[in-house]
Design a protein around this ligand. Sequence first.
Ligand code: ADP
Length: 361
Amino acid sequence: MLFDLEPKSKREDLFGRDNEVNAIVNFIRSKSRFLAIYGIRRVGKTSVLRVSLNEASIPYCYIDARMLENDFTKRRLYQLISNCLTELSIKWRLENAIRNITRAVRGINILDSGIELNVEIDWRNAHLTDLLNALSMNLSQIVIAIDEAQILRMMKGFGKIDFTQVLAYTYDNLNNVKVVLTGSEVGLLHDFLGLDNPKSPLYGRFVEELTIKPFSRGASIQFLITGFRQYGVEVTINEVLDVVDKLDGIVGWLTYYGNARVRGINNINEIYERAMKLIDGDLKSLLSRSIYYGLVLEAIARGRKHFNEIREYITLRLNKYVALSEVERALSNLMKMSIITRVAHGEYEIMDPIIRMKFSQ
Ligand code: ADP
């Protein structure tokens, strides 16, 4: 059903996106090695990726790097990898290959109930490159899909894992291992991969790119009409047009709205209030890092869209001198996180309609 809040994984639940799914399936079946999928939060990256992985019929291991948040440890990472290896064996009937892999790699064991395998990894002893080597040797092909991959940069550091090295090793040595990364903080993913940075292990490697864009106005209208029809809920065309005007084709928000309405929330303002609360959770850690982030967003949402206007707004709000560099830094970081973008005539704009709504109040 279109208004289910979980990311979609079946084609019949996915509205549109045929071109995007075809592009990913073609990538998986081609000789290309790495693909990066960009797009802001809630635009539908995970859904498109999951549907494509299921359609391509090639074994894959899917890791949602958001599951590492608040726990950027090797231990947590290996837990996620164990889960995906267990799933790999069940979903693709690869028990024998998984047995071989676990035999070949130090620190990896299986619990074999005779019915299904459960992979266990001892994070102190296991090495990611050994594991990738073993996967490559025992499977004819495998896709490693990492959602919100910019989060992996947090694992760098003492006793942790430098993923760019692991990815470079995979790229250079394991021809039958494909990697798909998604990132909603596009600039951060770019910086992390460092494809243009001579100091990065991945420097100079070729990565295909796909950007998932918001729905067009027409597609958004059709999405809502189809969704409401699925649930037999009647809404006026004026309501649909109003929602589409407010939510800018961000399918996650359209889904959220539709879901709330079909669950019987008829007070439209309440739906937006709830969406803004949800955004509070997303933005909490960002806003706690610097007061400038919130003030920049406030300035832009209230119509101060040029650099000088933004700086002036912040100066007035704080009632103190604000250095040029502070504002520059905040703008640059917010751009890297794909929260704002620069549009025509040097104006800045907030990309997410709910963030815009929240800060304009
Ligand atoms: P992202 O990974 O970009 O944050 P998700 O794939 O998690 O986005 O999608 C956000 C929400 O929108 C989820 O509720 C998902 O079910 C819904 N959704 C996204 N794309 C589609 C689509 N093409 N058709 C139907 N629902 C979608």
